[in-house]
Design a protein. Structure first.
Length: 173
């Protein structure tokens, strides 16, 4: 099976993005994949913000991205933009760090109007880091997080990610 990395920009595990990440982690692990969760909020703040790649935790975070077969980027949306935590981590990556990896963007927000953040903010950021295989992501309204409909959307997103991994894994084998 594949090595998957979930980058979480959730401010806490109980925040809507944290709940989305927990659900997706469970789905992917149940499917037999090795899943690593990278909570950006747990990284040393000063090293993250000053882009100190010598910090062991920062170096490990970058290494985790570079070694993953697939990457999920989950972010809350504030005022139609992704989390600053997510941006700070992605800024640490080499220019083409996401090339050749299936990338699944996920976002949560309090208003349907924030959906534009997926296409006009998050996708360009991923493309700038070399993402050449961005799987269609999902935006989930905060108030819908615990609904069967939201879980079904996330399950479908996980399936799209796993299908995107299949051709890549065949090339490696």
């Amino acid at each position: 099976m594949s090595d998957l990395l979930i980058i979480s920009g959730a401010p806490s595990p109980s925040a809507p993005t944290g709940l989305v990440v927990a659900h997706l982690t469970e789905v992917l692990r149940t499917a037999g994949h090795h899943v690593t969760l990278l909570d950006v909020r747990a990284l040393p703040t000063l090293s993250l913000l000053t882009e100190d790649l010598r910090d062991p935790e920062i170096a490990q975070a970058v290494s985790s991205v570079l070694s993953a077969d697939g990457v999920v980027v989950a972010s809350p949306v504030y005022r139609a933009a992704y989390s600053g935590l997510v941006k700070a981590l992605l800024d640490l990556l080499p220019k083409k760090a996401l090339r050749g990896r299936a990338v699944l963007p996920l976002a949560t927000g309090g208003s349907q109007g924030f959906l534009v953040a997926m296409d006009y903010a998050l996708h360009p950021l991923l493309a700038a880091k070399g993402a050449d295989h961005v799987v269609r992501g999902e935006f989930v309204l905060d108030q819908d997080i615990d609904t069967p409909q939201a879980r079904a959307l996330l399950d479908a997103a996980a399936e799209r990610l796993l299908l995107a991994l299949t051709p890549r894994l065949r090339k490696v084998s």
